[in-house]
Design a protein around this ligand. Structure first.
Ligand SMILES: *Cc1c(COP(=O)(O)O)cnc(C)c1O
Length: 409
């Protein structure tokens, strides 16, 4: 048996819908499939103002930077443990990324470490719901409100996840989605901008359409369209929207499958993980995961690499994840140094992701779980100071009593 890490998934209706685009004679963006995708995403993201399909999550993030009017030298707080686009979208505008460390349990931005990073130049806090498990949004939104900062959710992992019953992607003033091949739903490459604050809707439409009011012209609201703002080409092709619509229609089934996969890992590995000091994903009681990925944190870098190599020999592909952004070439150019985000540095070294795809069979997964459990993890050597300290105290006590005897006599 050979188990890939990820496998593209087809629900079966994609090709029919692609053909339908030719019948509709509409291949460019904003056709009937785009409208249907946006309406369906607005339903999933209950409480949002407007969803626009975009060419990628990266581009949706770039749109948020334009909409927030991020300027040269502004600062944007981002977790160090994320994909480069989360920071790069703002760096493109001339902003400086300020890297925050993550919590050791959820691996999400540590809300207790945000406030000390805020300066008069701070414009926004960007959060990532890692693995589809929510950040501590109440605390983050409270900090943002007190300092008048925008909160952007990079929700590439989080579609269908919930925080205190509310859909991830509806909590910040804007959020971004990804439909890249590796995400829960996919059209190869694609994304969406989710707008929760009404004041951004009108400008978002111009920015997405090369800085023009073409969308309003197509709706018959104005006779001619022209160049009225800065912008770029962020509209998703109708062909990709058709493909995506097929996957969106099947999203309930896909999420049910992914929940099963996630739970099978969790149940199958729980005892083994405990015995071997391996950490599995932690889900706070008030969070419903989006079941995007399943990871393990091994006790050391050596054990992590040992596990990846061992699984490879068994034809199972597991892979590491984000390298700390503050230690990347770009991150260092903004002053990032070893020790700035110790939890991120540790997690990056010791974390691996297990195979996870929509048509992963129970048989394949049981094989992977079995093989993992056959791996003997060497625990990191923890120096136990307790025993030597006890002995020294005991000796001191004896010497003390002896000296007291000597001096008293
Ligand atoms: C996948 C991903 C992105 C990039 O998404 P694209 O659609 O490929 O641009 C950005 N941020 C996070 C957290 C991601 O996982």
């Amino acid at each position: 048996m050979s188990i890939p890490f990820n496998k593209p998934f087809s629900v079966g209706t994609e090709i029919d819908y692609l053909n339908q685009c030719f019948v509709n004679e509409h291949l460019a963006g904003d056709g009937p499939f785009t409208k249907k995708c946006e309406a369906m995403l607005e339903k999933i993201l209950d409480g949002t103002e407007k969803v626009f399909l975009t060419t990628s999550c990266t581009h949706a993030l770039e749109m948020t930077a334009l909409l927030l009017d991020v300027q040269m030298h502004d600062e944007v707080i981002v977790p160090s443990f994320t994909f480069p686009s989360t920071a790069n979208a703002f760096v493109l505008r001339g902003a400086v990324p300020i890297f925050a460390d993550v919590r050791p349990d959820t691996l999400n931005i540590d809300e207790t470490k945000i406030e000390r990073l805020i300066s008069p130049l701070t414009k926004a806090i960007v959060v990532v719901h890692y693995a589809g498990i929510a950040c501590e949004m109440d605390a983050i939104l409270d900090i943002a409100a007190r300092y008048n900062l925008a909160v952007i959710e990079d929700n590439a992992h989080g579609l269908f996840g919930k925080y205190k019953g509310k859909p991830l992607g509806t909590l910040g003033s804007m959020a971004t989605q990804s439909f890249h091949e590796t995400k829960n739903l996919s059209c190869g490459e694609g994304g969406a901008l989710v707008i929760n604050d009404k004041k951004f809707v009108e400008r978002a439409e111009y920015i997405r359409e090369k800085g023009t009011n073409r969308s309003r012209h197509f709706r018959g609201e104005i006779d001619k369209y022209s160049w009225i703002d800065i912008g770029s080409s962020y509209v998703m092709s109708e062909l990709l929207a058709a493909f995506l619509y097929a996957q969106l229609e099947a999203s309930e089934k896909i999420q049910t499958r992914r929940r099963e996969i996630w739970r099978r890992y969790e149940e199958g590995l729980r005892d083994w993980a405990k015995e071997n000091s391996v950490k599995l994903p932690f889900v706070p009681a008030h969070c419903e995961p989006a079941y995007h990925l399943f990871y393990m944190v091994l006790p050391s870098f050596k054990e992590k690499n040992g596990m990846i190599d061992y699984l490879k020999k068994e034809n199972i592909n597991s892979i590491f994840h984000y390298q700390p952004l503050h230690l990347s070439k770009m991150g260092r150019s903004f002053g990032g140094r070893v020790g700035d985000c110790p939890v991120t540095e540790d997690i990056s070294n010791n974390l691996l992701r297990l195979p996870f795809y929509n048509d992963y069979t129970a048989e394949e997964q049981n094989y992977v779980i079995q093989k993992i459990k056959e791996f003997k993890v060497k625990k990191a050597v923890l120096v136990d100071y307790h025993a030597p300290v006890c002995i020294i105290n005991f000796l001191a006590l004896i010497i003390n009593s002896y000296l007291q005897c000597v001096f008293q006599s």
